[in-house]
Every structure is written in structure tokens, then in C-alpha cells.
Design a protein around this ligand. Structure first.
Ligand code: ADP
Length: 264
């Protein structure tokens, strides 16, 4: 309603203004559509595990199940509860990021150390998928971020590089300064992404293959979180990919050193 008021209050003189009004209305319609799409997605994502949880409880309640069957349904309960937990955690992170203009917790931090922490955190997942992970990051590379958020950015990208890979595949993370920018690349030898999916990849809940992604434990929010973090710290993210050959995600963040020398 606020926006509508602004539109009507604007002087409508020539054709250009009329066009502006029309494009503003279509922008509002698009926003409204995105909002309702989001609510629809969230509902669906919450309902799927919940349905499975309720079915398992029903089956556990009925008598005559042997110990093995019961153990199986407890396992399902555990998995689905974990999935709900991830989804809720990711939604909270995303909503916090969306309401943030600036991060007061930002401080100069080492990219190499943060990448090292993320790689260590994912070492079990990588081993499980038989993926080798290597990193070559300039040890002097500093960016100005909240440590927790930068680690989340790398963890999400590296986890995807591991998950959407083939057994025996590789993941390589590189980081080097280029002018005033830290350029960090996460490269994988995985399944790749077809060009038609690339423009929508960073949207909330967008997945190339929803059933596959769910099966391997994704919420569909990971890349959207990554993009918000990069943008929050004045950076951006892009991707290049080839189906069957692999993908390269490139994150650019302003160097902390440049910013701080500038101020000193
Ligand atoms: P998810 O939780 O489904 O992994 P993301 O937002 O992290 O959600 O990623 C969105 C989709 O992008 C994934 O479902 C997957 O289809 C695709 N994707 C992300 N990273 C890669 C990658 N490294 N290689 C191939 N596909 C990827």
C-alpha cells in the first residue's frame, strides 16, 4: 500500500512517467508472486518430512513389529527430524541475512584459515563420498567479514562441490588477490550444471534436480545464503559449469588490507 501511494503521488506528465507507473505495478506483482511462491515452497518443504514422521509414528504405534522394523522406523524419524532442523536453521540464517544491511561483527580475517576450518568440518562428508579436497590459498589474503559467516559461505560451496560430485572426484579451492579484490574459487569435477539452470541457481529453493538434492540432504537454500553473505560484505558470486565435467564457483570480496590501509 505504501508503494502504491508513492506511485500515485508522483507527477504523471509524459509517456515515460506512465511507463514508470506500469513497470512499478508489474514489479509489485512480481514481488507478490515471489512471496507467495516462497510460502508455497516452505510449506511443501516442511510438510514432506512431517508426513514421513507421522507415518513412521503410526507404524511404530501399531503392535506386532519386530525389533529390526522398529529400528528402521526410528532411523527414519531421526533423519526426517534432522532434515526439518536443517531447513529451519537455513531459513533463520537467510531471514537474518535478508534483514541485514551491514554486519557490525565484520573484522579482518584470514581466508586461508577459514577455508581450512570449512575443509576440516567437511572431511567426514568428503571421505564418505570418496572425494579428495585440496586448497591453495594465499596465506596473506584477508577479507573483512564475520568469521562465522565466511565459514558458512565456504562450507556451503565446498559441501555442494562434494555432494554433486562423482566417487573418486576432486574439489579444489584457490584464493589469490587481484587488484583490491580477493578472488576465491571452488572448483569440482562433478556432475556440472546445464546453462539453462544457471540464471536461477541462487534463488531460494531452486534446484536442478529436486529429488536428487533432497535425497542427498539439501534444503535448496545453500546457494541463496552464499549469495547473501557475499553481497553483505560488498562482494559477489558467479559460476561457470560444464555438464559432466564440473563447476567453478567464484567469490569476489574486497580485500581487508586495502580497505584498512586506505583508512589509516
Ligand atoms: P541444495 O541444498 O539443494 O544443495 P543449493 O542452494 O546449495 O541447494 O544448490 C541449489 C542447486 O544447485 C542444487 O540442488 C544443485 O542442483 C545445484 N548445485 C549446487 N552446487 C552444485 C555443484 N557444485 N555442482 C552441480 N550442481 C550444483
Amino acid at each position: 500500500a505504501e508503494q502504491q501511494f508513492t506511485v500515485y503521488a508522483a507527477p504523471v506528465e509524459g509517456g515515460a512517467s506512465v511507463l514508470a507507473v506500469i513497470s512499478d505495478i508489474s514489479r509489485m506483482k512480481r514481488l507478490e508472486q515471489m512471496r507467495s511462491e516462497f510460502v508455497g515452497n516452505v510449506t511443501h518443504e516442511l510438510k514432506t518430512p512431517l508426513t514421513s514422521i507421522r507415518a513412521s509414528i503410526e507404524l511404530l504405534k501399531s503392535s506386532g513389529r519386530d525389533a529390526k522394523t522398529r529400528a528402521y522406523f526410528y532411523e527414519v524419524l531421526d533423519m526426517e527430524a534432522e532434515r526439518l532442523q536443517h531447513l529451519i536453521d537455513d531459513m533463520l540464517v537467510l531471514s537474518r541475512l535478508e534483514n541485514m544491511r551491514q554486519d557490525t561483527a565484520a573484522q579482518p580475517i584470514s581466508v586461508e584459515e577459514t577455508v581450512r576450518d570449512s575443509v576440516e568440518r567437511l572431511s567426514m562428508t568428503a571421505a564418505k563420498h570418496q572425494i579428495s579436497v585440496e586448497f591453495h590459498v594465499d596465506p596473506t589474503l584477508l577479507v573483512c567479514c564475520a568469521p562465522m559467516r565466511l565459514e558458512q559461505l565456504f562450507t556451503n560451496l565446498i559441501e555442494n562441490a562434494v555432494k554433486y560430485n562423482h566417487p573418486g572426484g576432486k574439489v579444489e579451492i584457490t584464493g589469490a588477490p587481484q587488484h583490491e579484490i580477493a578472488v576465491i574459487k571452488v572448483r569440482d569435477t562433478g556432475i556440472g550444471i546445464a546453462p539453462e539452470h544457471i540464471p536461477r541457481l541462487f534463488e531460494r529453493f531452486y534446484r536442478v534436480d529436486a529429488s536428487r538434492s533432497r535425497e542427498i540432504g539439501g534444503t535448496g537454500l545453500g546457494l541463496s545464503i552464499v549469495k547473501h553473505i557475499a553481497v553483505l560484505y560488498g562482494g559477489d558470486i558467479s559460476v561457470e559449469s560444464k555438464v559432466g565435467a564440473g563447476s567453478v564457483f567464484t567469490v569476489r570480496l574486497p580485500l581487508a588490507s586495502a580497505e584498512h590501509t586506505g583508512k589509516a
